[in-house]
Design a protein around this ligand. Structure first.
Ligand SMILES: Cc1cc2nc3c(=O)[nH]c(=O)nc-3n(C[C@H](O)[C@H](O)[C@H](O)COP(=O)(O)O)c2cc1C
Length: 145
């Protein structure tokens, strides 16, 4: 199994989540390629069994422009897209919390609930990231094996 992790991050929170997911997947014997949006030629999701897409949320629940550009550059909706996000409930409460991740999951008809992390995943939320990552593997196996 070979998974692609793609993420956008400005201040590092979404990057930390991406790194934790990568560690968890690698420990479960999955080959992982990680790409930070903005870092050169975009990978082709067709070359992987699944894509895990990570985004923070921007003004009033918006998806960052670089993530929208990535979605447009990919140009089609791959199957097996799993979405993770970071956000902050102080910007509009539960309704807008990690809204970009929620919208991306809907857009790709993701087969699994998006992961929502408040700011940095270090500490008590770390277990949530690990459980979600293992849940993604289980979901993928149920659908594809
Ligand atoms: C101007 C601004 C607007 C934001 N709006 C939202 C929002 O509507 N919903 C949300 O959940 N988080 C919002 N956030 C919080 C960020 O999504 C959060 O800090 C995120 O972890 C940043 O990710 P990064 O460290 O990977 O760049 C906002 C942050 C800033 C600075």
């Amino acid at each position: 199994m070979s998974f692609l992790i793609v993420y956008a991050s400005w201040s590092g929170n979404t990057q930390e989540v991406a790194e934790m997911i990568e560690e968890t997947l690698v420990a479960e014997n999955i080959a992982v390629t990680t790409f930070r949006i903005g870092g050169g030629v975009i990978p082709n999701p067709r070359d992987f069994d699944a894509m895990l897409l990570g985004s923070f949320t921007w003004e009033q629940g918006s998806t960052p422009d670089e993530v929208k550009d990535f979605v447009a550059d990919v140009g089609y909706k791959p199957d097996n897209v799993y979405v993770f996000g970071t956000g902050d409930t102080q910007f509009g409460g539960d309704a807008l919390f990690c809204h970009a991740a929620v919208k991306l999951a809907r857009f790709y008809a993701s087969p699994y609930e998006p992961l929502k992390i408040e700011q940095s995943p270090r500490g008590i939320q770390q277990e949530k990231v690990i459980e979600w990552s293992k849940g993604v593997i289980r979901n993928w196996k149920n659908l594809n094996e």
